[in-house]
Design a protein around this ligand. Sequence first.
Ligand code: C2E
Ligand code: MG
Ligand code: MG
Length: 687
Amino acid sequence: MSEELLNRAFFSNPIPLFVTRLSDGCFLDANPAFCRFTGYGREELIGRSSLELGLWHENTRSRQWLTDTLRDNGSLRGFDARIAVRGGQVRECLFSLELITYAGEAAVLGTFQDITARIRAQAELRKERDFIAAVLDTVDTLVLVLDADGRIVRFNRACEALTGYSFEELRGRYIWDVLLLPEEQAEVKAQFSRLTAGDFPRDFENHWVTRDGDRRLIAWSNTALLTDDGAIEYVVPTGVDITERKKTEARLLSLANYDPLTGLPNRNLFQECLHHALGQARRGGQSLALMFLDLDDFKVVNDTLGHAAGDAMLREAAERLKNCVRDTDTVARLGGDEFTLILEGLRRPEDIVGVAQQILGQLSQPFDVRGHEIYSAGSIGITVFPADGNDMETLLKNADAAMYRAKSHGGGTYEFFTPDLNRRAAERLMLERALRRGIAAGELPVHYQPQMDLRGGRVVGVEALVRWAHPEKGLVLPGEFIPHAERTGLIFALGEQVLRNACSQCQRWRRQGLNELQLAVNVSARQFQRRDFADLVRRVLTETGLPASNLVIEITESVLLGEIETRVTLMQELKDMGVHLSVDDFGTGYSSLVYLKRFPIDSIKLDRQFVQHVCVDVEDLAICRAVAAMGRSLDIRVVAEGVETWEQLAVLAELGCDAAQGFVFSPPMAADAAGPWLHSGQPVARN
Ligand code: C2E
Ligand code: MG
Ligand code: MG
């Protein structure tokens, strides 16, 4: 290349070019582009170094380093340094230097590019990024950035504060692995797997679990950051912790639905419950009872003792009401001293009466209100769906009307809306009163029916069967009053009386020579459920002197169901005393062979239902045969009940039953008739 051409390339080049001496850094030449850029004339530059001129501005690289590197490598590209142009302005430049020989000495040919604008833009960008990060850290909103796979890319300070985790700990972890509730993990994972398909959930709620194991409910709103070709690159969920808000909402909801004084459902919720219960009763073809209750004389308490006393009394009344119903029933306060109850699934009026009586009984107990003993009572109106009305309004109206009738009778009572139910309820009440009085007056004689041994043909025992010597109706059979006694709890007094009378009667017969006579006494499931039943038996045996081994307790199959452990304990206690146990009406209930094995049972009574047709019905015959065989193999005595003919007796003996009882020998007899019968020891003809 000609020198002229080189000169032209140097001097007319729009890119700044300069030549300096390697040894001292003094300018040997510079092109106009360089002079324009720096603001110095060519003459000013030549012979002086950039250090001297102040061009080399606060650069970290020393001249020595530059010289050494150039000597070693021959060139140096892409290093940045600052130039202070004339006037003091500083420019960021990217240099390229080349080692050359200039006029016989080592020199540097240099050029550069002004990158001030680019650097500034980068700094600007960095600043902005820091700014955004700073802003994200100042907001209370939870902000995080997840990549398209669900890994945590950013996590702002609000997130750190809520979770107790630092960003550094979670960076790169899958969101579901570290923060989500186990049962919600799958759902979020699935959401991310659908992201590529463009299925992107915007708003949703889920729970985060903090480092301390706290659960927080968070409402999220998602934004997607897309790549240039529209694929989702990042997901930016922003969220708010709504745990407290939800709690407040629930509290408000409760305020809208519950009476703050008693905590019972208010009118609102009551109507909703009734609506729901009616729908259910309609679908299930069931009945439902609605009760309106008003406290008698509540106004007096309120007026004389003050509102605080009134409030205390209402609270106490609400507690008592709740204790009278099942968990599934509804007790609500309509306002003032008015309460309502919804009793679901009750069929018989006497069940409803039972509840009403229990409530009235509870309310008649004295109230302890701020040191005052207050006596109160309630008036109850009852309507029954569907008999008294098919819809809510009618039922409410009728219950209200019935309640007013109860009030007009002086309070402390209940009234059904329907006269017929009223009458039946009144009858029940009369029966209960009469029975209570009858028990107290000793109007319940025990009759005795002999049991015959089918092998030896001797009398082996008697079954005690209670009767009610009603002053007007005459002798009433147990089927008419035992169920009622069980429902009202009178069975306990009744049962004790029967046990005591029968034991002392049996002991009297023993003294007259019937030493071996076994006395069977029927016991209701309710009696048998009492923990102190064995104590009662022990006491009665001691009082009457009857040896335990002469007593057989007859229980029904229903006793065997339910809480097995406590039953077994009670049975074992009786067995340990020497008392025998027998299962009555065997085959009619739910007993299974398992029970017979589990429980310490001595005998079973084959029910009359099978005995009745044993001669004509092959199925009944098969059942009797199976029961007899089972008894033999389990070493349990089998007693046939309700045997009426010699023919039946023959078949049962043939099948291997141990004993029998029934009209074929004798109906139940009063004690004074039974005595001679037993003494005569009526023989049984064996076929
Ligand atoms: P149960 O224990 O199965 O008593 C047998 C019932 O069958 C008795 O009826 C008896 O009179 C009747 N019966 C006996 N032989 C024959 C017969 O050949 N043919 C027919 N058709 N019937 C016969 P009762 O005395 O009316 O007693 C009914 C039930 O009342 C008893 O059934 C028992 O479960 C219960 N019961 C009786 N007394 C008491 C008691 O003191 N306490 C308890 N909890 N329940 C009792
Ligand atoms: Mg019996
Ligand atoms: Mg029976």
